[in-house]
Design a binder for this molecule. Sequence first.
Ligand code: UTP
Length: 241
Amino acid sequence: MKVVVSIGGSVLVPEPGSDRVAAHAAVVEDLVEDGCRVGAVVGGGGVAREYIGAARELGANEIELDQLGIDVTRLNARLLIAALGEGTVTAPAHDYDEAGNALRQGDVCVMGGVAPAQTTDAVGAALAEYVDADLLVYATSVPGVYDDDPNENPDAVKFDELTARELVDVIADLEMNAGSSAPVDLLAAKIIQRSGMRTIVLDGTDPDRIARAARYGEHEGTDVVPEGVGEEPTYWADDEH
Ligand code: UTP
C-alpha cells in the first residue's frame, strides 16, 4: 500500500530536539519494512510561527512570510531525513514530480512546503492525489476534526467519520469563525474531496498511533471516507495485531 503521512511541525518538532523525530522516523521505517511505500510531508510548527512573526514585524509581505515558512518546513523535513536511513531522499523534494519519482524508485520521499499561499496540509493532500496513495494520514496535535475549536469551546464535539463533502463544510465553517483553528485547512479538504482520498485525521504526538492507523485503520481520530466507498479497504488485513 501507498501512504502519505502529513506530520505537523508542532508534532514532529515541538521544540528543536531529536527524540520525537527519531520516534517518527522509526514508525516510517517500520511501515516500509511491512511493504508500505511512504511519502512524508512535514510542517513548520512553532519555529515557523516565530520566524514569520519576527519577519512580519520587520515589514516582510505575505509572500515573503510564506517563503520563510516554506524554508522552515524544509528544515524540519531535513531533520526527518537525517533520522531515516538509506532508501530515503537525500533532501526534501521541492515539487510533486521529484517526490513521485522518489517513491517510484522505492525511496521514502520527504517534503515540506512547495509554494506560497497555502500550508503543508494542502501539500499532503496534493502529494497523496499525485501519487495515487491508498491513504492519507494527518498527524496533528489535536485528536481529530471537531465541530468547533476544542481549545476554545469545551463542548466541541469530535466527528468519528465524515464524508469529504462534510469535511469541506465543517472546515469552511471553522475558518469563517475568526480565531478558531482547523486541524486541516480548506484547500486540503477540497483536494481530498476531488480526489476521493481516504483520509484519517488523528493526534500524531505518539507516532505509534500513526502506525496503527496506517496498518489496520485503527485510531481514535476522524475518518474521512469518500462517497460511494462502502467496504473497508483491502489493505487493512484482518490479521492478528
Ligand atoms: P505549515 O504547513 O506548518 O502551516 O507551514 P501551519 O498550518 O501554520 O502549521 P501547523 O499545522 O500549525 O504546524 C508553515 C507556513 O509555511 C508557509 C505558510 O506561511 C505556512 O503558514 N507555507 C507552507 C507555504 O506558504 N506554502 C506551503 O506549501 C507550505
